[in-house]
Write a protein of this length. Structure first.
Length: 230
């Protein structure tokens, strides 16, 4: 944790008062489960809090930045900014992936590179920062890390995989495309959804995400990747 603290101070001028809070933010459930006797806290509750403050700050920013955009366009842009893939990218940009504590099994299976884990980590850090420093420090951090990418218009270029998949599948005629939730798991504050895509009532792909919309996009992305290989 010493290297993480140095990174936060040198790069973002952030020094946590509550070091335990910072450590919790970087502790995955798999690590806590493998060390149950130590009664270690994991980052799921902080993730819940971080998600809320992230949504608020980004919503406020977009509302002020684009006064002429309608609600629907603002919602789409926000969803692209705070989507799992984007947040995982910000975790990597901040080098957070280097410092997360994972269980041995999760480490071996490539968890350190998994978008789901890294996206959750970014939100957990925001939750910890909110509790330790307050919302203005969270806003300052996001202004350093996320907002410059929004200013460049990077997220307006993000692909809508569901729309792209529909265009590909319907290029040769009408087909019936359905998205169905086939599984829900995890506690109420950290749900995981598994969605299947059915084309003419046959499953062609599945995707997982912390919301139904994210799971649908992930499933559509996988379907497009599979179709491109055929």
């Amino acid at each position: 944790m010493k290297k993480l603290k140095a990174l936060l101070k040198e790069t973002f001028n952030i020094v946590f008062n509550d070091q335990d809070l910072l450590e919790t933010a970087f502790t995955h459930t798999s690590y806590a489960n493998e060390h149950r006797l130590l009664n270690i806290s994991h980052n799921e509750r902080l993730e819940f809090l971080g998600d809320a403050v992230l949504q608020l700050i980004i919503s406020e920013y977009l509302f002020k930045k684009y006064p002429s955009k309608p609600e629907g366009d603002l919602s789409k842009l926000r969803s692209m900014i705070v989507r799992e893939e984007s947040l995982a990218g910000f975790s990597r940009f901040c080098s957070f992936d280097t410092y997360i504590k994972l269980g041995k099994g999760e480490e071996k299976s490539g968890g350190r590179n998994r978008d789901t884990i890294l996206g959750d980590l970014f939100e957990a850090f925001l939750g910890a920062l909110l509790l330790d420093k307050g919302i203005e420090d969270v806003r300052l951090f996001l202004n350093q890390v996320m907002i410059p990418q929004v200013e460049k218009g990077n997220f307006e270029k993000v692909k809508d995989y569901k729309t792209s998949l529909q265009e590909v599948l319907q290029a040769k005629g009408d087909v019936q495309i359905d998205y169905q939730v086939v599984k829900e798991s995890g506690p109420a504050h950290a749900k995981q959804f598994e969605v299947a895509i059915l084309v003419n009532q046959e499953i062609i792909s599945r995707g997982i995400g912390k919301s139904k919309k994210i799971a649908e996009q992930n499933a559509a992305k996988k379907a497009l990747e599979h179709l491109s290989e055929e």
